[in-house]
Design a protein around this ligand. Structure first.
Ligand SMILES: [Zn+2]
Ligand SMILES: [Zn+2]
Length: 113
């Protein structure tokens, strides 16, 4: 029995051997740009059993990740250096001085210099 493959497009056979993936163009719901949902990514999604296709392009996904990371677990405290608001990724403990990023950078400089 012979099987003829006529497609010239890049075809991706998954390790499962049953599913066939092809690069697919999707539209990002965040920025409206088109992006490619590659065959490799599709296989990855299938392996992980993700039911939904990606809604956003890579750029927007990265931006969201970064935004989430930035918002997550940031505590506000009073800077022991300038008295301003210091945002730190840990819960400030009583008696331990907390510095804002500016004062922290200054301290580092002084320590090095
Ligand atoms: Zn986007
Ligand atoms: Zn400060």
């Amino acid at each position: 029995m012979s099987v003829k493959v006529r497609r010239r497009q890049k075809i991706f056979f998954s390790k499962v051997g049953k599913t066939m993936f092809q690069d697919k163009t999707l539209v990002c719901k965040e920025c409206g740009k088109e992006f490619v949902f590659t065959a490799g990514e599709q296989e990855f999604y299938a392996e992980k059993e993700f039911k939904n296709e990606p809604q956003r392009c890579k750029e927007c996904r990265n931006n969201r990740k970064q935004a989430l990371r930035a918002n997550r677990e940031m505590y506000e405290a009073t800077c022991a250096g300038c008295g301003g608001v210091a945002k730190v990724p840990f819960q400030p403990k009583d008696g331990r001085p907390v510095y804002c990023s500016e004062c922290y950078a200054k301290m580092k400089e002084e320590q090095q210099g």
